[in-house]
Design a protein around this ligand. Structure first.
Ligand code: ATP
Length: 239
């Protein structure tokens, strides 16, 4: 429920009044300062900001991997601040998918098995997990690579497997931190396209941090970080 309007919160992810401070030596850094952010179901948001301004920090907090110093994070209307570790882990496992700059696939397992893994952990049968993994690989146009291990795949293929794995348990929020940052421009373009298509087809809410303005422009909305706050990128250009 939105406290101001009294209406049900329709955002898949909402961050309100987020503070995040770090100590570096004798310096106190305020990376996020009363930051507000939201993303709706089915919406794709690009997070484009200079290096070191707090993109990864924001995504880590959104994914409940770290706790803010102040503020509230709500996922599908559930406030996560007062949850214990087990509750937060459960929300993270069921509601959130992550993609990073590096694929982090398990090297000794095939592409198919890597995508089956989170589903098996979530309690699906091997047959169910296999079917869904195969579907996702087909959707990402790498069905023919199902039995290959990560080392036998190209960078773009590895990243498409990592994306498929991130959505295997049908999360409602996808958080991607520089998902194409390690790829050449052409490969980055088609991996980004595959990610965008998958996100739109599954109707999930996606936040994609990228340094690539051209790719960011393809998404529904673009935000940046300025003085610790999340601001509309068009408005920020005028600052
Ligand atoms: N655990 C930590 N302890 C101390 N400082 C930290 C910690 N995590 C992040 N920082 C600092 O917070 C700032 C923001 O870091 P963050 O990784 O979120 O930036 P970023 O925008 O994602 O950068 P990049 O685009 O280079 O990945 C940086 O100055 C970083 O050094």
């Amino acid at each position: 429920m939105n406290r101001k309007t009294g209406m049900a919160d329709t955002a898949a992810l909402r961050m309100t009044g987020i503070e995040r401070r770090f100590t570096q030596g004798d310096r106190q850094l305020t990376i996020l300062d009363q930051a507000d952010f939201f993303v709706r179901p089915g919406e794709t948001v690009a997070l484009v900001a200079p290096s070191g301004t707090g993109k990864s920090t924001l995504l880590q907090l959104a994914g409940l991997l770290e706790m803010p110093d102040a503020g509230e994070i709500t996922i599908n209307g559930r406030q996560c601040g007062a949850m214990n570790d087990a509750e937060r882990t459960a929300v993270r496992r069921t509601e959130i998918g992550f993609v990073y700059q590096f694929h982090h696939l398990l090297p000794e397992f095939s592409a198919l098995e890597n995508i089956m893994m989170p589903q098996l952990i979530a309690g699906l049968t091997r047959a169910e997990a296999r079917d869904r993994a195969a579907q996702l690989l087909d959707y990402m146009r790498i069905g023919h690579r199902a039995d290959h291990r990560p080392a036998e795949l190209s960078g773009g293929e590895q990243q498409r497997v990592a994306i498929a794995r991130a959505v295997a348990n049908a999360p409602s929020v996808l958080l991607a931190d520089e998902p194409t940052g390690n790829l050449d421009p052409e490969t980055a373009g088609y991996v980004f396209e595959a990610l965008d298509a998958l996100v739109r087809q599954s109707g999930l809410a996606a936040v994609i941090a990228t340094h690539n303005h051209e790719l960011a422009a393809r998404l529904d909305r673009c935000v940046t970080l300025h003085a610790g706050k999340v601001v509309d990128a068009t408005a920020a250009a005028a600052l």
